[in-house]
Design a protein around this ligand. Structure first.
Ligand SMILES: NC(=O)c1ccc[n+]([C@@H]2O[C@H](COP(=O)([O-])OP(=O)(O)OC[C@H]3O[C@@H](n4cnc5c(N)ncnc54)[C@H](OP(=O)(O)O)[C@@H]3O)[C@@H](O)[C@H]2O)c1
Length: 390
């Protein structure tokens, strides 16, 4: 287990956590290659519990993202004077250890946010809609991982490396609450790579095809993929509680609801959120989102069309210098980003950088991007947002 965080089985119904979640055996230990990828190093001396730090709350702390929040806060020595661990009634009373101290998970209620400066929410859209505004009324700055407020006009939708200015007006310590939305995980991973190129050559059209991991659907989906894999190998019918069809040894269109235009909600998030984050309603975006039986970390094929030419060598150089991005693009040995390699890492990896032969001159590029969507696609991005408030 991660030294910073530890679940204590306080009730007999507590399930052991998937080894693919933070705190378990890192997938990277099984990775065959040595990577240049970055993860904030855990420090041995914890200075994070400090009287001058903000008071924190983590909403949905027992979930896949909630667990990762704790890990990222600890890895980055985020300062805090107190931390409240909140989840549903089901988890109330469970004990957790965080940074060597014991905490009891509390049930989320309307009173949870008294004296909370920053709340990191990851308990689903309906919980955010119900409790986010209540927290804001109490003066709390809410960083929300759900889609509940992303497209609300005066709620900033922020990727710190991309559009930090969008939240420049929100300040900690003036008693005023506010909402800041974390973009969808596929959008974050895509725009971490596409934005540095967009800044140079202006993207006019982007075509995204995703290969999305079980982790994007939460801890229970990861457990179901593990279970199904075992069941299929043993010749048993797979248990389908989270997804309506067999996931192990299969792939299928993303499980988000299908809209009247034939796109699913996940695909339209990429379309709408890109426009909001880039503050560009003219950029044309289309997406096809697919679930693949990968435990953790999303992959995306991204095709870009530019207003001004951008050759592949210049694009590679731009990406090599982009914060939070690492280039893995070794053509001779056919080594490119994989979900396994980026699992539990902060950086988004980009490779397969090549001129799009279907477009004239250097007006188009193909890239392949992988990122840990529980980390950069959710918890890390949200904690980076919180860091900008300090
Ligand atoms: N997974 C990702 O990669 C990812 C990425 C970006 C955004 N998100 C978003 O983050 C949110 C959580 O995702 P997840 O993957 O972490 O899901 P998850 O593993 O299923 O965890 C859900 C969390 O929400 C809590 N919760 C459920 N009902 C609640 C209630 N009535 N009151 C308080 N807490 C409640 C759960 O607590 P109990 O354990 O007590 O039920 C649990 O802590 C979702 O909005 C999701 O869209 C997820």
């Amino acid at each position: 287990m991660n030294a910073a965080m530890n679940f204590t089985a306080a009730t007999t119904t507590t399930k052991p956590h998937s080894p693919f979640l933070t705190g378990g055996v890192s997938l990277l230990r099984t990775s065959p290659t040595l990577l240049p990828l970055h993860r904030s190093p855990p420090s041995s001396i914890r200075m994070s519990l400090r009287d001058d730090g903000p008071s924190l709350a983590v909403v949905g702390v027992t979930g896949a993202v909630g667990q990762e929040f704790l890990s990222v806060l600890s890895d980055r020595d985020f300062p805090y004077r107190s931390i409240k661990l909140l989840a549903s009634k089901r988890s109330a009373g469970k004990e957790m250890t965080f940074e060597g101290r014991n905490y009891v998970v509390e049930e989320l209620t309307a009173d949870s946010f008294d004296d909370v400066d920053i709340a990191l929410f990851s308990a689903g859209g309906s919980i955010s809609k119900q409790f986010g505004p209540l927290a804001v009324e109490k003066g709390t700055i809410v960083v929300d991982n759900s889609s509940a407020f992303r497209m609300v006009d005066d709620v900033p939708l922020v990727i710190p490396e991309v559009n930090p200015d969008a939240m420049a007006h929100i300040k900690l310590g003036n008693g005023k609450g506010a909402l800041i939305a974390n973009p969808n995980c596929s959008t974050i991973i895509c725009l971490m790579a596409a934005t540095p190129l967009h800044r140079r050559a202006k993207v006019t059209r982007m075509v995204v095809s995703t290969y999305q991991a079980a982790s994007g659907a939460g801890a229970a989906a990861m457990e179901e993929l593990e279970l199904q894999t075992r069941e299929v190998l043993e010749g048993k019918p797979p248990t389908c509680n989270i997804f309506s069809q067999q996931y192990a040894f299969n792939l299928f269109s993303h499980n988000a609801p299908i809209l009247s235009n034939g796109y699913n909600e996940e695909e339209m998030k990429l379309v709408k959120e890109t426009r909001k984050i880039w503050n560009d309603i003219t950029v044309r975006v289309t997406a096809t989102c697919i679930r693949v039986p990968v435990m953790r970390a999303h992959a995306e094929s991204v095709n870009l069309q530019f207003e001004t030419p951008l050759d592949e060598d210049t694009a590679r150089e731009i990406l090599e210098n982009a914060p939070g991005v690492v280039v893995i693009d070794d053509r001779p040995s056919n080594q490119f980003p994989t979900p396994l390699e980026v699992s539990n890492k902060d950086d988004v990896a980009v490779g397969r950088i090549r001129r799009d032969v279907s477009q004239d001159g250097d007006s188009g590029l193909e890239i392949f991007v992988c990122g840990d969507q529980i980390r950069k696609g959710a918890a890390l991005n949200a904690v980076q947002i919180a860091e900008m408030l300090l």
